[in-house]
Design a protein around this ligand. Structure first.
Ligand SMILES: [Zn+2]
Length: 329
């Protein structure tokens, strides 16, 4: 089976010479599992040289907002669970908890074996369905056994409580990556935070597209509009911007950075008006192991192009779970 899977120099996964996932190969249909930049390499080339670009409706719309020039004639949106016929098997997408629109890829070959690529995910088994597989392809994002966050189960509560507390004394500025911000918007709403959201241009466009596809945020405003100005004068709002973007705020605002690379404590104070919360949109080491264990594959392929310490993860899976594991490319 493993011979039916190849991974190219930029992390694109070819299955059964029928499809390439999260990378480019001339003349093959391409799946984009989600809109993060490490999964969209050479996408413009795919737009010209691939017969089809497959993704969830949210992902395909987000790619355009993020600046990719994609011709509508090649875009093939499919919903979770919908089945697509390919030359040597069928393909379907399944949900993964990561950023809106993220999909796992399930390829059922005509020979009877199944390959699953997890893409990025967190909370396997509860929020990300674990798919049974013969060959499981996984990115060991946190492949080192030391990359464990013991607080992952309750980090949402930590973040919500901090935002509630900070809102009592003024505005809150949240700095996160594209997609993670939108997950946090939905989290804050579901936990009863009803302060208006102020979004910079890209955050606003991504959120609006997501709402078109049924993921509700409510009461969000484009920075610079009259209504946003009025809300900001009142001083009670949550402002969302990119992790690396500098935003000037009034003297009463507090900044909260969301980082996936904190393992010791769920949050810490960086300065008088700066906090950091260890909010990741990836499973830690244990979550990766749990997915493999529950999926019960015959073979595991670790995609080294998107892994940290992939060889340590492979060694662990072979030793503790007894599953033959390959490192590619
Ligand atoms: Zn991602």
């Amino acid at each position: 089976m493993v011979t039916a899977v190849a991974i190219n120099s930029h992390g694109g996964i070819t299955v059964s010479e029928s499809v390439v996932i999260d990378g480019h190969e001339d003349n093959l249909p391409r799946v984009v599992t989600h809109a993060h930049s490490d999964h969209t390499k050479y996408l413009s080339r795919s737009s010209r040289n691939s017969p089809m670009i497959i993704g969830t409706p949210i992902t395909l719309e987000w790619l355009k907002i993020l600046g990719f020039k994609l011709s509508d004639s090649v875009l093939q949106p499919i919903n979770y669970g919908e089945v697509l016929r390919l030359p040597s098997g069928t393909l379907r997408l399944e949900k993964a908890l990561h950023i809106p629109g993220t999909a796992q890829v399930v390829f059922d070959s005509d020979e009877g074996w199944r390959a699953v690529y997890t893409s990025d995910f967190k909370k396997p088994g509860s929020h990300t369905p674990v798919i049974s597989s013969d060959v499981l392809i996984i990115d060991a994002v946190y492949g080192n056994p030391e990359f464990r966050r013991d607080f992952d189960d309750y980090i949402e509560i930590v973040l919500v409580d901090l935002v509630k507390e900070l809102l009592a004394s003024g505005s809150v500025y949240i700095h996160g990556y594209h997609g993670k911000n939108q997950e946090v918007m939905m989290l804050l709403r579901s936990e009863g935070i009803d302060a208006p959201f102020i979004l910079d241009h890209k955050q606003y466009a991504l959120t609006r597209a997501m709402e078109h596809h049924g993921l509700r945020v409510r009461d969000y405003h484009h920075v610079g509009t009259e209504e946003a100005d009025e809300i900001m004068r009142d001083g009670w709002f949550v402002y969302f911007t990119h992790f690396f973007r500098r935003v000037e705020c009034d003297g009463f605002g507090t900044h909260v950075k969301l980082s996936g690379w904190e393992f010791k404590k769920p949050m810490r104070q960086l300065g008088r008006r700066w906090w950091l919360v260890a909010f990741s949109d990836h499973s830690d080491f244990q979550g990766l192991v749990d997915y493999v264990r529950l999926s019960r594959p015959k073979e595991v392929i670790v995609n080294c192009k998107r892994s940290t310490d992939g060889y340590l993860f492979a060694k662990y899976v072979e030793k503790k779970l007894g599953v033959k594991t390959y490192l590619l490319p």
